[in-house]
Write a protein that binds this ligand. Structure first.
Ligand SMILES: C[S@@+](CC[C@H](N)C(=O)[O-])C[C@H]1O[C@@H](n2cnc3c(N)ncnc32)[C@H](O)[C@@H]1O
Length: 187
């Protein structure tokens, strides 16, 4: 990972400055970003979806991993300011499609089927996102969700849904804010 961090030192230090000086970005930790990168490399998906772009920090890491397997990253953000900031931060990346608006409205319009999804937007809505996504997932799709431990009450319905649905197998990882890792298996 150090080679990558050296190569993209300029971009990563800009994200670090924004993380320190701007409020309400809610970026995942560096540790979680590297884990996400590794998950994508293991999975080698074709189509990646992120819900919750913020200023594009996690998107940047998804994009770096996507480059290794020629994947594209669709990412959704509802806040105008953060969407615009991400646009600037990600201007040099050519495998990202940024979508502006509410994920609940955009997901039904997406025509791709996804192999890897990262959920990191409104915690109360995680369960709605997964329900909307179900017919947009390829067999063996991986779904990663953040803030599973930090917001455990708010995301309970999401976890209960994964547990009660035989199409998903999932596990919670006690890393940083807590990550849920799920795999979707079509019958
Ligand atoms: C935790 S932040 C995302 C951080 C980002 N993944 C990162 O690590 O750099 C959550 C983002 O989701 C956005 N969001 C919240 N509800 C949303 C919705 N319904 N649709 C799309 N974006 C939403 C917020 O505006 C916020 O920027």
């Amino acid at each position: 990972m150090n080679n990558l961090k050296n190569k993209y030192q300029k971009e990563l230090s800009l994200f670090e400055t924004q993380r320190r000086h701007m409020r309400r970005l809610w970026n995942i930790s560096q540790n979680t970003a590297e884990l996400l990168y590794t998950f994508v490399k293991i999975k080698a998906p074709s189509h990646i979806l992120e819900i919750g772009t913020s200023n594009g920090f996690s998107t940047f890491w998804l994009s770096l991993a996507a480059e290794t397997c020629n994947a594209t990253v669709n990412t959704i953000e509802v806040h105008e300011g953060r969407f615009a900031l991400a646009k600037e931060n990600l201007a040099k990346r050519d495998n990202i499609i940024q979508r502006f608006g509410k994920a609940e409205l955009i997901i039904p319009e997406l025509t791709d089927k996804f192999d890897f999804v990262f959920i990191d937007a409104g915690k109360i809505n995680y369960v709605n996102y997964i329900k909307l996504l179900e017919n947009k997932l390829n067999d063996n799709a991986i779904i990663v969700a953040d803030n599973i431990i930090s917001h455990k009450n708010t995301v309970k319905e999401y976890l209960d849904y994964l547990d009660s649905n035989e199409l998903f197998d999932s596990v919670t990882l006690d890393i940083d804010s807590g990550i849920s890792l799920a795999v979707y298996k079509k019958k």
